[in-house]
Design a protein around this ligand. Structure first.
Ligand SMILES: Cc1ncc(COP(=O)(O)O)c(C=O)c1O
Length: 120
């Protein structure tokens, strides 16, 4: 984990490797539910389908956020959901195009009151 964190320049990090994406999503959403019971998860409609399905299994409310033709999450729609004040976690898909990736992650980091849960 330290080596991976170092690739991003992170000095503070928490995580572990899993055998696959579904398990990683299960663990991330389980943690989200434990840290903030009763609060919603929101994610791009481009997020992997397992986020919504696992949220349902864990009895966590999940709201899907629209994406544009290039697969970018609609930031106005996201902000509107965050302003409701009951969101704990944002699932974002950090996938190409690279130019959109950094714009999106920068804007996501500005969204107050929510944890960014990253997936590939
Ligand atoms: C974001 C994400 N979550 C979950 C999965 C499912 O992964 P796995 O088949 O390893 O469980 C994938 C697979 O591509 C993925 O990209």
């Amino acid at each position: 984990m330290a080596h991976i964190a170092g690739m991003f320049g992170w000095t503070e990090f928490l995580g572990h490797l899993t055998s696959g994406g579904t398990q990683a999503n299960l663990e991330a959403l389980w943690v989200a539910g434990q840290l903030a019971p009763g609060r919603r998860i929101v994610g791009s409609e481009q997020a992997h389908y397992t986020h919504q399905r696992i949220s349902s299994v864990l009895k966590l409310e999940y709201t899907s956020i629209a994406a544009d033709r290039r697969g970018r999450m609609d930031m106005e729609a996201l902000e509107s959901e965050l302003r409701k004040g009951d969101v704990s976690t944002v699932v974002s898909r950090w996938a190409p195009p690279p130019s959109a990736r950094w714009t999106r992650s920068t804007r996501l980091s500005r969204c107050a009151g929510a944890t960014a849960s990253a997936s590939t």
